[in-house]
Structures are given as C-alpha cells and as structure tokens.
Design a protein around this ligand. Structure first.
Ligand code: SAH
Ligand code: TYD
Length: 405
C-alpha cells in the first residue's frame, strides 16, 4: 500500500486511470518510441485528508527547458493575476520596501504587476524557457526548484520576504514539508503565504477528473491544508474561492496567532465535512462517475463521427491529456487540436499522438464541432469565436456536464 506523502499513513488508491504520458509532453514523431508513461492512480489519506497521486514522475521530466505551458496565453488569466496582485499590494504589503517572492512564476504573469510598481520581488521558476520570458520582461527571476535549501540562499542574498505567493504550483510539489520549512525560513514573522490551486470541492462536485494529471500531485482542500500547515506552526487565516481552472481555492496562511482569522475558514471547513470530503465514500462515488463521464463523452463523439462530421480539439491543454488517454480517443475521433502556443504546434499530443496545429488551421477551415479542452477559458473563447458559431459550428463541452451547445 502507498504511504501518504504528508503524514506517512498507508492508504488505498480509489481510482486508476491507467498508463498516462506526461501531460505537457507534446512531442515530435521521431520521439514516439521514447515516450515515458506512468500509472495515474489517486488516493485519499483518511488521517490527514490529503488527496494525492500514488506515483509521481521525476520533476525534471515535467519542468525543464522545453516546458510547454506559458501562463500568458490567456488574456483573462492576465487580468486575474493583475487583480490578485492588486489585492496583495493593498492588503498585505506593509511598506514600499516590502519584498515579494513567487514560486512557479512562469512567464511573469503575476510578478509583472509588482515589477511595474517598482516593488522588490523575486520569481522562482525552474523551467528555463518560461523563466527567460519573464527575465526579458524585466522580472527578477532565478531558474531553480524551490525547497528548503534554496530558501536559505534566497535569505542570504535578498533578505526575508513579507509575502510568499504561489499560483497553481504548490499542488505540483510532492516534497511539501521541505517547501513549508523553506517558507518558514524565508518569511518575516508577520508575513503571509498566499497560494491558489484547483479545489478538490469543485473537482468532486463536477467530476472534473481532467484536473488529475502528473503535475497535480495533490488535490487540496481546506481540511488537508489546515492539517499540513498545522505541522509547521502555521494556520489558514482566510480562504477565497476562485473561478479559475474550473474552480480553485486561494489560501491565506500565517504563523499561528499572528493574524485575525476570517469566519470563512470555519465556513469552508464545515462545508467540506458536510460534503463528505473527509470520508472515503465520496471518492468511490467519484471513481464511478469518472467512468460514466468517460462512456458518455466517448458515445457522443462516436455518434458525431458516425454521421461523418468533423471534430477538432480546441486548446491542447495539459488537462486534455487525461481526457484523451482515459477515453481512448485518437486522431480518427479528433482530427487535430488547435492551440495558440508556438512550442506545442507541429508536435503531437502526449500518448494519443493527435496532431497539434496552429490556431489558423481552425480559423481558416472551421470544423463541424470543436471539443473544448479549455472550458476554464470559456468566456474568453466564446467571445473570440462568435464567427465559428455563426457559421453553424458547435461546441462539445464536458464540464460541468457533457453537452453540445
Ligand atoms: N503560476 C503560473 C504557472 C503555473 S504552472 C500560473 O498560475 O499560470 C506551474 C509552474 O511551476 C511551472 O512553470 C513550473 O516550472 C513551476 N514549478 C514546478 N515545480 C516548482 C518548484 N519546486 N519550485 C518553483 N516552481 C516550480
Ligand atoms: P489552460 O487551461 O490554462 O491549460 P492547462 O490545462 O495546461 O492548465 O489553457 C492554456 C492552453 O490553451 C494553452 O496551450 C493555450 C491554449 N489556448 C488556446 O489555444 N486558445 C485560447 O483562446 C486560450 C484562452 C487558450
């Protein structure tokens, strides 16, 4: 039986999605025979409530100089991070001389807002190609993995931080205790940690199983985060639900007793217990729902193809890797996937090897159906694709329900 990465308790996996490739591992045909696969299995630790991947590919297999995810590809995310940064500046930066550290800073989508105001900042971004984009924008960035050792070096060179930020990266890191020890080294006594990640409550409620892939080692909840930080003398002081990535949670954490605790903390902890996130039954139900969702989506796609209609995937997201491979879809079902990221174009999707093509291929020859792999950017995309819909194009959507619209 696997051991919980947080508290070492043994647990049983509750779902096995089978062999999976690296979710962002878009590849050329010449590399098909070298492709890496691992077992995508998820378990729930009944001791500390952490939902986690059983096997984790090595970090360098995912985060390297060819990392395919550039945060700046979504305009709405740029607005989201501008608002996030403004909130931090207004509520948590004690003075003009404050120091902000962000891990997983990617192309600088968040830190650019601090850099623009001349606020002292540092981004920690191990994937060299995305870190370079940030550096070119004038954002102070080091290309390393954050952990306890690195935090000591940061303190020596830059001093202690007032705010520690992380968006869609805390849940990527299996060695949480080293990260939080590092945070404790780095943070001023009254400092605040603010991070957000896809929220377990939404994933379970809407069967958003495509949030489960190699990079997402943990699916966090208020319950599991409370237990985790408690081991390090820290506590949740506030929680804010976010609409990003199909439903995320932003956690505000401080050292115990240093800050006032918002009533929202109690509210979400109680809500999670009411929902049953602290009991194995809900995870068993989730597993069965994943199978139902898979069969429904596959049935819908096969029916459309039987009628001779063309389907193109819209956005080669990392999430789509789980959907495509778990559903056993291939290029007979989905002709190609359109994506705006240059590094993905001309390559093939991980595992199923569906061609990834520039957006213009979609735009210049609309398919009958577009399978929306970036449902989390739905507002932005629907706004942009009025012409496709006016031309009779239809969307296949699978979150929160499987439907054609
Ligand atoms: N914060 C951005 C990027 C999220 S993608 C956003 O929300 O859009 C996750 C990023 O975390 C990747 O760029 C990856 O290279 C980085 N990352 C992964 N492990 C890390 C670690 N241990 N320390 C710092 N960054 C890490
Ligand atoms: P996102 O949901 O953030 O990806 P992930 O599942 O990897 O977190 O979507 C980003 C991807 O979607 C990126 O490859 C670019 C692509 N994309 C488009 O192709 N067109 C668009 O209009 C948008 C918003 C994203």
């Amino acid at each position: 039986m696997p051991e919980c990465l947080i508290c070492k308790t043994y647990y049983e996996p509750f779902v096995n999605f089978g062999k999976m490739p690296i979710a962002n591992g878009f590849l050329f045909e010449k590399d098909f025979n070298k492709e890496y696969f691992y077992d995508l299995k998820v378990g729930y630790c009944s001791n500390c409530h952490m939902v986690q991947l059983v096997d984790q590919p090595e970090r360098e297999k995912m985060f390297n100089e060819n990392y395919a995810f550039f945060s700046g590809t979504s305009k709405n995310m740029a607005i989201h991070f501008r608002d996030f940064a403004e909130g931090v500046i207004n509520d948590y930066l004690p003075s003009k001389n404050a120091f902000v550290v962000e891990i997983g800073s990617n192309d600088g989508i968040m830190l650019q807002n601090f850099a623009l105001r001349g606020i002292k900042h540092l981004g920690i971004e191990p994937s060299k190609n995305v870190a370079e984009v940030a550096v070119k924008k004038g954002i102070n960035t080091i290309s390393e993995f954050f952990d306890k050792d690195l935090s000591k070096k940061i303190v020596e060179e830059y001093g202690k931080a007032d705010v520690f930020l992380a968006a869609n990266v805390m849940c990527h890191i299996p060695y949480q205790h080293s990260v939080i020890d590092g945070i404790n080294e780095l943070l001023m006594p009254g400092g605040v940690v603010i991070f957000e990640d896809p929220y377990l409550g939404n994933i379970i409620k809407n069967t958003i199983y495509d949030q489960i892939y190699d990079e997402h080692v943990f699916l966090f909840s208020a319950l599991s985060i409370k237990n985790l930080f408690d081991k390090h003398g820290m506590e949740i002081i506030d929680l804010q639900a976010q609409e990003t990535h199909g439903g995320s949670m932003r956690y505000y954490i401080a050292r115990k007793g240093m800050r006032k605790i918002s009533p929202k903390v109690k509210y979400y902890l109680e809500k999670e217990i009411e929902m049953g996130l602290n009991a194995p039954e809900i995870y068993e139900k989730f597993r069965m729902e994943c199978e139902v969702y898979r069969d429904k989506l596959v049935g819908l796609i096969k029916d459309i193809r039987k009628n001779g209609k063309r389907i193109v995937g819209y956005a080669a997201t990392s999430k789509s890797t789980t959907i495509i491979n778990y559903c056993g879809l291939n290029s007979n079902d989905i002709q190609f996937i359109s994506d705006t990221t240059p590094i993905k174009q001309g390559k093939f999707s991980p595992g199923a090897h569906i061609p990834v093509k520039p957006y213009e291929e979609f735009k210049n020859n609309y398919p009958d159906y577009a399978l929306l792999f970036a449902y989390n950017h739905s507002n932005e995309i629907m706004q942009k694709e009025k012409e496709f819909m006016n031309a009779g194009g239809k969307w296949i959507v699978y979150v929160p329900e499987i439907m054609v619209k």
